[in-house]
Ligand binder design. Structure first.
Ligand SMILES: Nc1ncnc2c1ncn2[C@@H]1O[C@H](COP(=O)(O)OP(=O)(O)O)[C@@H](O)[C@H]1O
Ligand SMILES: [Mg+2]
Length: 373
């Protein structure tokens, strides 16, 4: 879900000789020395995190923390405490004061992945941090300061999210002062062989395996494949095909077979990024997605005053309506509004367009306590 890495003395992890990657390198060189906020967009697995780390590595903050936060993997209810920290006792399970990611990343770089998943109310606070470096801990009343370089990433189209009302326009414009787009792997085929050979070398030396080679046909097939999961998929594919073919030259038949196997993911344990924790995050991610949808629906219903137009929540039966038991209906409706507005007569009077005096009289008649004016 998150990690803190100190990134100094490392060499670049960003490989590729294609035009887009060469351009990416030169943009990174230009923006790295500044503190400008960067938004990285591109499909999943294209190397957004690699690019963010590269910006950090080439910045003056290189020997300070690089903190990755996956906004989509943190439950909405605790995201503010995760980002900003909390004080002991600020909510039921806050047994200790906790440092937030912005505090942990102080003087370094914070990488907010899947920024489109940030809840709206957190977006307001986040905008404030970007603009002034100021924030408040959950349960705190003191303004805290942080000195962080912010890099955000998304594989979503934020403009669509703005239109659907789930992403703030002001935050979007603030974030995209520099927007770096990383094209999918299928649009930069020149990088595929370089990446493949790199993953082979890395995997073989890590595992003490000798690579027996690959036929030209097989290499060409790999180069022309569409790689919907981009570099991440290519890396997983490389590692598992080598594992299953040690001592053998990789043929095109083997590649085809393997790509089919991979799409059905019958070999999860051989996929290098496989980690039961990642799987849990996927499940949690899906659950939060679901919860968000439910909350959205509830919200929309409230907006439509759906509940007011239904007699759900009111103790009126269809019989009462059939029998035109107006007294009962009136009593239930008044009770409903009495509860809803906490007995506040002037609000109820506004809502129902009935004078306060009449309401007092009716409340008394139906045994409801004297309301508050
Ligand atoms: N240009 C690249 N050079 C080397 N490795 C890369 C490159 N792009 C991506 N990778 C590797 O592919 C995987 C996915 O990259 P990542 O940055 O996490 O993608 P994203 O954040 O866009 O989903 C990682 O293992 C990463 O190291
Ligand atoms: Mg990523």
């Amino acid at each position: 879900m998150n990690q803190s890495v100190v990134n100094n003395h490392k060499k670049s992890e960003l490989l590729g000789n294609s035009v887009p990657i060469s351009e990416l390198r030169s943009i990174i060189k230009q923006v790295a020395p500044t503190d400008v906020t960067v938004l990285i967009t591109g499909e999943s697995g294209t190397g957004k995190e690699v690019a963010a780390k590269e910006i950090h590595r080439l910045s003056k903050r290189y020997n300070k923390p690089f903190v990755t936060v996956n906004c989509g993997a943190i439950p909405e209810g605790i995201i503010e405490s995760e980002l900003f920290g909390h004080l002991k006792g600020s909510f039921t399970n806050a047994y200790d004061t906790r440092k937030g990611y912005f505090e942990m990343a102080d003087k370094g770089t914070i990488f907010l992945d899947e920024i489109g998943e940030l809840p709206l109310q957190t977006q307001v606070k986040f905008l404030r941090v970007i603009e002034s470096g100021e924030y408040m801990k959950v349960g705190g009343s003191r303004t805290e300061h942080t000195d962080v370089r912010i890099i955000a990433a998304t594989n979503k189209n934020l403009e669509n999210l703005i239109r659907s009302g789930t992403f703030r326009e002001d935050l979007y414009y603030r974030l995209r002062s520099v927007n770096i787009y990383i094209p999918p792997l299928r649009e930069r085929k020149e990088d595929i062989e370089i990446l493949f050979r790199h993953f082979v070398d890395e995997f073989c030396s890590r595992n003490g395996i000798n690579f027996s080679g690959i036929t030209d046909d097989a290499m060409n097939f790999i180069i022309n494949y569409s790689w919907p999961g981009n570099v991440r998929q290519l890396k997983n594919f490389t590692e598992s095909i080598i594992t299953l073919n040690t001592g053998r030259i990789i043929t095109v038949e083997e590649v085809k077979k393997h790509l089919n196997l991979n799409t059905e993911s019958v070999l999860p344990a051989l996929v290098s990024d496989y980690n039961p924790k990642n799987e849990l995050h996927l499940i949690f991610g899906a659950l939060f997605e679901l919860k968000k949808d439910i909350l959205d629906i509830r919200h929309k219903l409230d907006e439509l005053e759906f509940r007011d137009s239904l007699h759900g929540g009111l103790f009126i039966s269809d019989d009462d309506i059939e029998n035109s038991d107006f007294e009962k209906i009136e009593k239930e409706v008044l009770k409903y509004y009495y509860d809803k507005y906490n007995g506040n007569i002037s609000k109820i009077s506004d809502k129902l367009k009935i004078s306060s005096r009449t309401l007092y009289r009716k409340f008394k008649q139906y045994g409801l306590k004297n309301g508050r004016a």
